[in-house]
Design a protein around this ligand. Structure first.
Ligand code: F6P
Length: 397
């Protein structure tokens, strides 16, 4: 941008003056962090400053930051004035480094250079206290007294349930943004963070293939995803993993595990040297097991491969629980783009005088606002089934 354009550009009347804004939109990140949260923060803040001329307050540590602040103010008028003054006198980075402050008036510099960074610079948390209606009532009161007319909640299932309760219990505009690597929100084709997590899993599988091939081993890798198998499915399809085990078909019995082992063994008989098995963390066993899925499967497979008269008694199985590695790392361009589109949609909804509360969703490549409590899209199940079919048809077994 040229200097002349910069000079011409109307500047917002904050935070140059150290006065607290007359109206604001607050944004918080809640639940498990997902890549793309920082890209979303950057987009919601920049669109707020550049286009809407409305201040954006970043909330530290999700709902927990709001609960802490509501408790500290506790309806006291002087405490509220002090809080407003502190927020106004610590904009942007000054607010971010002041760990006593849970509400930060974001500026351009505070969101500069964060787009591709995983995690969230504002922090995220799970807040059990928020299940309590009285606590939510205090938070609503606090937001109103801080001139907040809309709250943007970025997170997964539990976080969006909190957002729906706030929307039901207040006249504030509450906008939910689906962000979870699990892709278990059935009202949107994709949540923020999924694309990056799939990329990370493909990277991980590539590394495991190298060692699996060298040792002619079976590697069982456990992915995240809660009760949904979609993260494992997408990663399996994109990485070429030989086997994907998901929770949807039901609990795995010992016989079912033997059948899976037999399938691997059969492939080895036909000349296959190694196998990568992805197992989603939501997979259950019958009888139930307490250990991680990867370890249960390792034992079952190993036992089968070593049975009397087996063709490959030396075939070794190694487990790995990929865990929180899947939530970090550089955000993909797809997630950065989705973050910008969700932020744009959120602002349009906030600024629409006839609009209400709702959640942003990506459907058939269109970003739109849908009401809370939307029924599951049948297309999502079809998509999962299609991935399973495609994976089977692409197999060389
Ligand atoms: O919902 C995201 C997620 O990463 C799930 O896949 C996983 O089950 C859970 O969060 C882990 O949560 P925590 O970070 O509390 O261990």
């Amino acid at each position: 941008m040229s200097l002349a354009t910069l000079r011409r550009r109307p500047q917002p009347n904050f935070p140059m003056t150290a006065s607290y804004p007359d109206q604001a939109v607050a944004v918080l990140f809640s639940g498990g962090d997902a890549p793309g949260m920082n890209a979303f923060l950057r987009a919601i803040v920049r669109l707020g400053l550049n286009r809407e001329k409305i201040a954006v307050l970043g909330v530290r540590d999700g709902y927990r930051g709001l609960v802490r602040t509501a408790r500290a103010v506790n309806g006291d008028a002087e405490a509220l004035i002090r809080l407003k003054n502190t927020i106004a006198s610590h904009p942007g980075r000054a607010g971010l480094i002041n760990d006593q402050l849970d509400l930060i008036q974001m500026d351009h510099a505070s969101v500069s250079g964060i787009m591709g960074k995983g995690g969230t610079i504002l922090g995220s948390a799970r807040c059990l206290e928020f299940h309590d209606k009285e606590v939510r009532t205090k938070v609503i009161k606090l937001l109103k007294s801080l001139n907040v007319r809309a709250l943007v909640v970025v997170g997964g299932d539990g976080s969006l349930t909190g957002a729906r309760l706030l929307a039901d219990e207040s006249d504030l505009r509450i906008i939910g943004i689906p962000a979870t690597i699990d892709n278990d929100l059935q009202f949107t084709d994709m949540a923020l963070g999924v694309d990056t997590a799939v990329n990370t899993l493909v990277w991980a599988v590539d590394h495991f293939i190298d060692t699996a091939r060298s040792h002619r081993r079976v590697m069982v890798l456990e992915t995240m995803g809660r009760e949904s198998g979609d993260l494992a499915r997408m990663a399996g399809l994109a990485s070429g993993a030989e086997m994907i085990i998901t929770p949807e078909p039901g609990a795995l019995t010992n016989v079912a595990m033997e059948k899976l082992a037999a399938k691997i063994e059969g492939a080895m008989t036909r000349g296959r040297g190694h196998a990568i098995v992805l197992v989603a963390e939501g997979v259950q066993f019958d009888p139930p097991q307490k250990r991680n899925r990867a370890y249960v499967l390792m034992d079952a497979f190993q036992q089968y491969f070593q049975r009397a008269g087996a063709p490959f008694p030396d075939l070794e199985v190694r487990p790995s629980v990929l865990g929180h590695l899947q939530r970090g790392g550089h955000t993909t361009p797809q997630d950065c783009i989705l973050a910008a589109r969700f932020a744009d949609c959120a602002w349009k909804c906030i600024q629409n005088p006839d609009g209400g509360s709702g959640i942003t969703a990506l459907r058939k490549n269109v970003v739109e606002i849908v009401p809370y409590g939307e029924p599951d899209m049948p297309e999502r199940e079809v998509f999962s089934q299609e991935m399973d079919r495609l994976h089977d048809d692409l197999s060389s077994w």
